[in-house]
Design a protein around this ligand. Structure first.
Ligand SMILES: Nc1ncnc2c1ncn2[C@@H]1O[C@H](COP(=O)(O)OP(=O)(O)O)[C@@H](O)[C@H]1O
Ligand SMILES: CC(=O)N[C@@H](CCC(=O)OP(=O)(O)O)C(=O)O
Length: 260
């Protein structure tokens, strides 16, 4: 039987403010066993780009990443956000190491081919190298992974953080019993996005399709769930969508995905 590995992805709304980041890190640190943290930071990148006079363009939840925007996201995700998280974990005596996809050749990608839209330096993942960080994880070190990849020829690329988490989860599923947790600001997937109490505790793929069709599930939740179901299909043991409270309660609340 493989050991359990919990991979938590935390989004931009939680990491952009110090108070919510601290609360999240405290709950994340209390999860028993081996873990990886994948962070976003899209909101911070947008804010800093604006201060630098760069306009943000998103298409279907993906950032159009030209050379200037790539410089911003490498600095913000690989630097500011990543190191603040590592420092918060160290403050709780948790041994953590901050990584991008280029570090230890963790995640390779190709620049997304231009079809109708040119996403610029957006990376589509081609491979995950689990070998280098497996021993780190087994020794209790927490990898903190930024949503940045590389192409193996010296080019950094910007990859959506939800996708990054799902790709890591799929790759580690052959080595660990993986739980993938998407932590964001709502209780989980809601049947009425205006009503915070309308939590869907169990979401099947069929229900997801129907809710997507009727527009109940939309926006950033669609790629998140596409990624989550793809991970389940590829051997990840469980996928949760939850908030900080769900995380601190030992994953007893939130939305659990199922394939049937
Ligand atoms: N049915 C739904 N239940 C919950 N959230 C939903 C739903 N449909 C759309 N959303 C939206 O999806 C967003 C989460 O996606 P995203 O912004 O990509 O999250 P993050 O970047 O924090 O991971 C929520 O802020 C919410 O507005
Ligand atoms: C290609 C692409 O869109 N990359 C994302 C990576 C950050 C991210 O996903 O952050 P959140 O989880 O906070 O949204 C972006 O630059 O916004």
């Amino acid at each position: 039987m493989h050991d359990r590995l919990t991979i938590v992805k935390v989004g931009g709304k939680v990491v952009e403010e110090l108070d919510s980041l601290k609360a999240f890190i405290k709950d994340f640190a209390s999860i028993a066993g081996q873990k990886i943290l994948v962070h976003g930071g899209g909101r911070s990148a947008t804010a800093i780009a604006q201060q630098l006079g760069l306009e943000t363009k998103m298409v279907e939840g993906r950032r159009i990443t030209d050379q200037n925007m790539l410089d911003v996201v490498v600095m913000v995700y690989g630097g500011l956000v990543n190191k603040n998280i590592v420092a918060q974990l160290q403050a709780l005596n948790k041994q953590a190491v901050g990584l991008t996809g280029a570090d230890l050749d963790l995640v390779r990608a190709v620049k997304r081919p231009v079809k109708d839209i040119d996403y610029g330096y957006a990376g589509d993942v081609t491979g995950v190298n689990t070998e280098q960080i497996e021993d780190l994880i087994k020794n209790g070190v927490i990898p903190v992974v930024a949503p940045l990849t590389h192409d193996g020829k010296g080019q950094m690329l910007n990859t959506n953080a939800d996708t990054m988490a799902a790709e890591l989860a799929k790759a580690f599923a052959s080595v660990f019993r993986v739980s993938l947790v998407y932590c964001f600001e709502k209780k989980g997937v809601l049947s009425n996005p205006a009503d915070d109490d309308s939590l869907i505790a169990n979401l099947s793929y069929e229900m997801f399709d129907e809710y997507k069709e009727s527009g109940v599930i939309n926006d950033g939740m669609v790629p998140k769930l596409d990624n989550g179901f793809a991970a389940l299909k590829r051997g990840v043991s469980e996928v949760f969508i939850t908030n900080i409270k769900g995380l601190s309660s030992g994953l007893s609340s939130g939305t659990l995905l199922s394939l049937d």
